[in-house]
Design a protein around this ligand. Structure first.
Ligand SMILES: [Zn+2]
Length: 123
């Protein structure tokens, strides 16, 4: 049993629940796929990532905020994360997967996120 649940997994749980309630079935963290996507729908060849705005450098207010110390370190680290994410998406698309990224900040508007996910998953 895990004693402490990481706070970072919470957005992922919310998205999982949302997709599950829409009636879609999925697998989690498939290690054999690039970036081991958070949510995988093999029969539809679709994957969903749930990204924290800070760590993955989202263009929103939270994602744009850098820590005030060790600025160079953080800027370089976050740039590497963004590059890795981009490479992952390119690789997945090359393998024929459709990709969707849920940003943490989108969880504030669950209804519109739901609509977007439904559009992504049912087309
Ligand atoms: Zn964001």
């Amino acid at each position: 049993m895990r004693a402490v649940k990481s706070k970072d997994t919470k957005p992922e749980l919310i998205v999982r629940r949302l997709v599950h309630r829409m009636g879609f079935r999925f697998r989690l963290h498939r290690k054999d796929l690039p970036g081991s996507p958070d949510i995988v729908l093999p029969s539809r060849k679709k994957v969903i990532f749930v990204h924290g705005c800070f760590w993955h450098g989202h263009g929103c207010k939270r994602g744009n905020r850098l820590p005030s110390t060790n600025l160079d370190y953080w800027a370089a680290k976050l740039a590497r994360n963004r590059q890795r994410d981009e490479d992952t998406l390119i690789e997945l698309r090359r393998l024929g997967w459709s990709t969707y990224i849920v940003w943490e900040c989108q969880l504030r508007e669950l209804e519109s996120l739901r609509a977007e996910l439904l559009r992504f998953l049912s087309t």
